[in-house]
Design a protein around this ligand. Structure first.
Ligand SMILES: C[S@@+](CC[C@H](N)C(=O)[O-])C[C@H]1O[C@@H](n2cnc3c(N)ncnc32)[C@H](O)[C@@H]1O
Length: 228
């Protein structure tokens, strides 16, 4: 793999994050003006919550939603009885999430996955990652993945949902955001962050026209037993 000097990695990430903040700030709270926002919970989170989560995560589990954006997934989880903490690096996203879901305003906080407060470490039985890793290019992802891993309690589970890239497509040939993630790349990024897959990931085409390839993967801490 090509080497990236640290300053380049940081510059890439910071420039993109400034763009995200400006988009949230200039949206006037209108999700239609935010290219990645759908103003509804992620359908592949919903189907997982309905079908698989009840056998893996206890009712009311402490849950972190990383890169929560406008807050739809966090609000859904809170409405289903999970104890939710949802954060985003962009202050403007957090302001919008609180304004959109005033009944859950206390769930939302501004925080950077790359430098999380100690009080959040190892606190969560469920961590939900939707489209945060893919928002940044591959060379910026390892610290994000380490942040996600640091949130997990000993037997916690991370669910990660992303656009998938074909393995044959070189990462540097994709111009984003989004920067789709090849399944093997997702596995190795998470493994290097100290996580292990819970099962084979779901790898599927969605119902967009044309269809978009997606991956939904579950991880647990590699130093913990696989949850029952
Ligand atoms: C593509 S958006 C997805 C937002 C939301 N999860 C959704 O599905 O609508 C990616 C989000 O990740 C956030 N993000 C990127 N880097 C982050 C970091 N280091 N810490 C916390 N949030 C981050 C961005 O600000 C942005 O809101």
């Amino acid at each position: 793999m090509q080497e990236h000097p640290q300053s380049t990695i940081t510059d890439d990430a910071e420039a993109l994050l400034e763009r995200f903040e400006a988009i949230y700030r200039d949206s006037d709270g209108d999700p239609a003006r935010i290219p990645w926002a759908h103003a509804k919970p992620c359908p592949w989170l919903v189907s997982w919550l309905n079908a698989e989560a009840p056998s893996l995560v206890r009712a009311g589990a402490r849950t972190a939603v990383v890169g929560c954006g406008l807050g739809n997934d966090a609000a859904l989880l809170a409405e289903r009885g999970y104890e939710v903490t949802a954060f985003d690096i962009c202050p403007a996203a957090i302001d919008l999430a609180r304004a959109r879901f005033p009944q859950h305003a206390d769930c939302f906080l501004q925080a950077d996955l790359r430098d999380l407060p100690i009080k959040l470490h190892h606190r969560f039985e469920l961590v939900v990652e939707i489209h945060t890793l893919q928002a940044l290019p591959p060379n910026c992802r390892p610290p994000l993945a380490r942040g996600m891993a640091s949130l997990l309690s000993h037997r916690g589970i991370l669910v990660a949902i992303a656009r998938a890239r074909d393995e044959a497509v070189p990462p540097d040939s994709v111009s984003g955001p989004p920067f789709p993630i090849a399944p093997r790349e997702l596995m190795s990024t998470m493994r290097e962050a100290g996580l292990a897959p819970l099962r084979q990931p779901d790898d599927f085409l969605d119902d967009n026209n044309p269809p978009v390839r997606r991956i939904r993967a579950l991880f647990h801490r590699a130093d913990a037993p696989c949850p029952d």
